[in-house]
Design a protein. Structure first.
Length: 277
């Protein structure tokens, strides 16, 4: 007898501990709401490749940095591509899904991003700063991130090959814009620069959304949740910090009930659209 409802494999690591966030709470909430419409099972990212055959689609959510299970993640991507599995987020993202190379590409293309280089001989292309941020190209969750004084930044990059460097920006605040597919959902900001995950609702302006949509369009992910992280620079302009297109934490606990319901409705609609594709 055929299944009456679509079957979704929901990939998450409920045991992953992130600084300032409870991934597991968010996924418990989301799966409780998705079960109203879909038959759903949760699995750890290490198990996804072995299980995906039994499901109509796979949703990748708070599965943690892939560096912790790189071989399993690569096997999942390869198997999903070979089978033509519907994956949400779709696996063609050009941003954090494949590392931080996009920060170099966007800098070279003149996008409003914190200027980024990866070679000591290119440091002259960056604005002069007292301190610089050095981080791995394949980093996530601030792992390996260092603040380096200007006098030591050449030494930090020498012979590395897998690091990025940016000027440390004295920003006013950070703000994140959340999209389901290409549809804007909400924005949250951290009014205190030293408390990144103490977020409050933010009323995005038309100019803010023009900024954020520019990166969504550049990435070309038709099916997926994306988070555009930006900082408000001293001159008042927004600069991209990160484009999270793999498994962005959504900070749903910072929203009121109506906003959470609206997001769930948008996600269900997006999954129905994916299943019908």
């Amino acid at each position: 007898m055929p299944f009456a409802r679509p079957r979704i494999l929901y990939v998450t690591d409920l045991a992953y501990e992130a600084r300032g966030r409870r991934y597991c709470d968010e996924d418990v909430f989301l799966t409780s709401r998705l079960r109203e419409e879909f038959d759903l099972a949760l699995c750890h990212p290490r198990d996804a490749a072995a299980l995906l055959d039994a499901f109509d689609a796979v949703v990748v959510r708070n599965s943690g940095p892939v560096q912790g299970y790189k071989a399993a993640y690569d096997a999942f991507r390869e198997r999903a591509a070979r089978r033509g599995t519907r994956v949400y987020n779709q696996l063609t993202g050009r941003a954090d899904m494949v590392g931080k190379q996009y920060l170099l590409d966007l800098t070279a293309a003149g996008f409003p991003v914190i200027p980024t280089v990866d070679r000591a001989e290119d440091l002259h292309r960056l604005p002069t700063a007292d301190e610089y941020v050095v981080k791995p190209k394949l980093g996530a969750d601030s792992a390996g991130l260092r603040i380096v004084p200007a006098g030591r930044v050449h030494e930090a990059l020498r012979g590395a090959g897998d690091l990025l460097v940016q000027p440390r920006v004295d920003f006013t605040y950070e703000v994140s814009f959340y999209f389901v597919d290409h549809d804007y959902q909400y924005a949250l900001h951290a009014p205190h620069p030293d408390r990144r995950w103490q977020l409050e609702p933010y009323d995005a302006t038309v100019a803010d959304l023009v900024f954020a949509r520019r990166f969504i369009e550049w990435n070309g992910v038709d099916h997926g949740i994306q988070r555009v992280d930006a900082c408000r620079a001293p001159g008042g302009e927004l600069l991209l910090v990160e484009l999270e297109d793999l498994n962005p934490y959504l900070s749903l606990d910072a929203l009121d009930e109506a906003a959470r319901d609206s997001f769930v409705t948008a996600l269900r609609t997006a999954l129905r659209r994916l299943l019908a594709a």
